[in-house]
Design a protein around this ligand. Sequence first.
Ligand code: GLN
Length: 312
Amino acid sequence: KQDELSLVQNRLPVWLEESKQLCDKGKVASYIPELAHAPRQALGIHLMDASGKSVSGGDCGLSFTMQSISKIFTLLLALMDNGEKAVFDKVGMEPTGDNFNSMLKLELVQPGIPFNPLINAGAIVISSLIAGGSTKEKADRTLQFFRTLANNDSLSVDKAVYESEAETADLNRSMAYFLKDNGVLEGDVNDVLDVYFRHCSIQVQCKDLARMALVLAFDGTDPITGVNLIPRRYVQIAKTFMVTCGMYNASGEFAIEVGLPAKSGVAGGILTMVPGRYGIGVVGPSLNAKGNSIAGVHLLETMSKEMDWSLF
Ligand code: GLN
């Protein structure tokens, strides 16, 4: 709908201005030291339709790492590599209501499988399921998959963020060892974590997230090239997880206030979509208490309400 896109374009400066006021109320993530350098006042968005027409604004040119947003795409790759049965033998399908890095419930479901693939513990198990003869091959296949989805061959790992995360990941390491001991995580723990840190550190801009989201919005087919990249069933699974767990323990509120499948990351990115219509990428490094972009969530709430985009 071209007229809707023009309307979005006209309203966007006002929405951005209003949402930006919230940046001061949040905090940039610093538990991965390198992330602390991100600009706290930034807010940007890129929205793309099936013909490739885009609307973008604010700090949409900012580069940032995907962090947890990457977990959606490693899940998809693991499903394509192993099928549903093998993947869901190792991770569950339920939200936790806990923080993304919580290990509280790891002992609850026997034999200690993580509740879902979007919490850190679940995503680390997913990293262990990516096919490849070596750690390098697994990491390269993941990066290549992301490049194809974003239609951008220059995507790469931000080395400084990758090293910073690897150096400070004691909590993720402890969860990985626990999962290994339970027999849930197979392979060498450090190799699995290396694949995980690398995919979290892939650097993107809002336009890349918008294009990746567009593929999900069109059930696995890139509507611009017409190429099918992911089986529809797996996209259906991924989008369902985005609704139930994509915004961590704020997923219920996001479903009520925005009503779109979404996935956030601690670098401040949010990938979301209006299914069948738009792919959307947002960045705003200042986070709320639950680890989601404070201004980004507000921007999406405003847009979804004004444009009547909620699926529910
Ligand atoms: N790489 C981050 C971590 O493992 C991802 C977390 C996130 O984006 N919520 O802690």
